[in-house]
Ligand binder design. Sequence first.
Ligand code: NAD
Length: 366
Amino acid sequence: MLPSTRCMLQHSLRRLAPHDRSKTIGFIGLGAMGKEMANNLLSKTLAANPDPAVTFVVHDTFEQSITRFLTANTSLYPNRNILAASSPAGIAKLSGTIVTMLPSSPQVKSVYTEENGILDGLESYCSASADDIQAKTLCIDCTTLDPKVAVETATTIKSANAHSAFDMIDAPVSGGVVGANAGTLSFMVGSNSSTSFATAEPYLAMMGSRAIHCGKNGNGLIAKIANNLLLGISMLGVTEAMLLGTAHGLPPKVLAGIINTSTGKCWSSEVNNPCPGALEGTKYSPPADRDYEGGFAARLMAKDLKLAMNTAKLEGVPTPLGQLTSSIYEALGGNEEYGGKDFGVAFKALSAALGREEFKGGREEV
Ligand code: NAD
């Protein structure tokens, strides 16, 4: 028997109160971000609510992630209901609040609207129960995905119940794995309904320190994608500036110190400087100092920049720098050595090309 199934049975036997969907939180996607967010959501929910009916159900396609989550948390909270479901439909049958944290658009489509997805679970719950209050479900999707897919998926979920019992909002995050672990994420929320935003806020507050209602469904994602477009461009800018200075003999710490007290300062120079050693002696410890391990992967930046380019095209927004940045991150993201490393790895890749003849040439008089 799988450990998750065993836990589920043990907890079903232990349950003291009848199951209550309104007191059940489902979480799908226990990856780098999701497992930290789920840990915070679970621990803070249980701390705030001693009610034995409170239940937390998780699902992921990677069985080991479920086992790790259940093993750690059922020993921390032995008398509480912490379960696993074998599909998103199983999560939806049990939970009045569902948080999803998935890689991108294809996985969100699959988890919400394909076979054994959330929609199937909601429909099957409603066909078995006439209780509109218990059917009430809010899905909070924290994935960074195509805003168009997010809006289409939310429309499908909402229109599945004639009594408006279902809603889905987009709530992508900024703050990375460190922010997810510390519970200090920023949520950018797209929700047609201010009531749904207000319902989501207490849950978001357990995983983050800020939630901003950006307007209608999809707007949270537009904000997130615009931010990451700028982040990708600024990281390449800092990379080139640090490379130019250090190639001419400036010590990384001296150059970073100057940039960070001058007009070039940005997050990529001050907190996540891509040049190893540049932030030595400061309070920051960027992935560059650990061979780019443990940050925001270049392949995720490549994905976000592609989303930005697609989103820009919809309104005919000119993005010359974005296109160049996107093509550079597409190459880095698809590279076996660099794809899984922090996106500051652009510095390492460009350093490898340093001094090549094709980049040399006569100086222009200016
Ligand atoms: P990840 O790949 O580590 O985690 C994704 C999880 O989803 C995995 O556990 C995977 O097994 C699970 N999954 C995939 N398909 C599934 C399915 N069909 N059903 C159930 N589970 C499924 O990714 P991550 O780093 O946690 O990122 C998640 C999202 O957050 C992405 O959209 C990413 O762009 C965004 N994000 C990431 C960071 C970061 O620093 N990693 C920062 C901000 C935003």
